[in-house]
Design a protein around this ligand. Sequence first.
Ligand code: HEC
Ligand code: HEC
Length: 401
Amino acid sequence: MNRIYLYLFIVLQFQCAFLLNGLNPNKEDNTKNLLLLLFAVPSGYNWNLPPGFPTPVVPSVNPMSEAKVELGRFLFYDRSLSRDQSMSCSSCHIQEFAFADAKEFPSGITGEIHPRNSQHLSNVAYHPRLTWNNPLMTNLEIQSRVPMFGATPVELGLQNNDFVNRLNANSIYAPMFQRAFGDSSANEQNVRFALASFQRTMISGNSKFDQYNFRNNRSALNASEIRGMNLFNGERAECFHCHGGFNFTDTTFHGNSGSQEFFYHSNGIHTDAYYASLPNDKKGLFDVTGDSADIGKFRAPSLRNIGLTYPYMHDGTFMCDDVNNPNKAAGTGKTKQDCARDALTKVIQHYESGGVSHTAKNTTLIRPFTLSATERDDMVNFLLALTDNEFLTNPKFASPF
Ligand code: HEC
Ligand code: HEC
């Protein structure tokens, strides 16, 4: 972990200058002070949070406002944000799949295939580290540069500020930028800041589990789902150690947490030999740290809306049966729920098996255990009760076009 703190330290230095971008960066060399400088619990913004949800923290350089959130929604769905105007953020982050895309791997405007699976964006405001395996991705303001400008792989493929000219040429935007930033013209930073504000509102907290756990509706979960929840939170299956808390991940940061917590683990899906055969961008945390102890380590994903974010794991290892087209459950005769049920059963069987032997595997928590067929179904039913239909259909997150 020490290595990561070193990275964190370097990144915070960079990030400070980067976020403030000409606004006179404060050159503190103390990580704690930098954190205080960069993050603050915002006041004056009405989050309208679900019961039981803490207030997200946001970088103090980009406070929340309704105007930014609304602008961000337009930008998230606007294909002007890609070089050839063929794709937007929403091409790989689709609301009906909790802003994942049901594909093993997405591809960008050139057809180049991304080395990892698209992530869902439910409750992304609470992740102190973004993406599957990159501890340098510490906030949404920075992360969007990767899909916008990244070349390995190409996603939206932007190479210059032509997209800013396109936005400025579209008359809908001048009043929106004016309201959001007090300046009617778009620029690269304001686009990223508005995207970040919009994504922070993507809060999902009205699943059957939430109704049961946070809204005191004791009939929201049935007996099987409750048994599944108890297994999930018990010492036999150990799931909660890595997928715990209100957001079902051990990597969280919010207004009530004292510090940012972030962890990377190997859950034993591949052997050392398999990883050795792969390019570095498929080797998890190792790709960033270069430390062989980090091969196969990934952030434990939030299991919110897990019933829609198949195929599972960073490389889509677990998918439903009889799907010839790996991209969609649609067209295979399977409903989304049946597809998720199949794939989640495989995930649980994987954990029951203790995973494959692999140097970085967390052998304390990933080790064989036994479930009966009924218990396995109970656990699947519980995971499916994390689906929040309101989130999947909320017009606040839908395309404005
Ligand atoms: C070509 C498909 C594609 C496009 C287009 C795309 N993304 Fe993504 N997104 C991904 C993939 C794949 C990941 C996982 C990245 C990784 O692990 O490196 C991801 C991860 C993310 C994450 C991290 C989520 C988490 O849980 O940590 C955020 C936030 C995000 N994308 C936002 C955006 C925004 C904003 C845009 C538009 C500017 C965008 N994405 C465009 C495919 C895409
Ligand atoms: C040691 C930590 C750890 C434990 C314990 C653990 N997981 Fe995971 N889980 C992870 C990591 C890390 C990933 C991502 C691995 C990858 O993508 O290669 C993951 C991925 C998943 C996914 C796929 C998520 C997605 O978005 O693709 C599911 C579902 C899941 N875990 C369920 C469970 C269940 C159920 C249990 C208990 C039986 C459990 N996990 C126990 C760390 C853990």
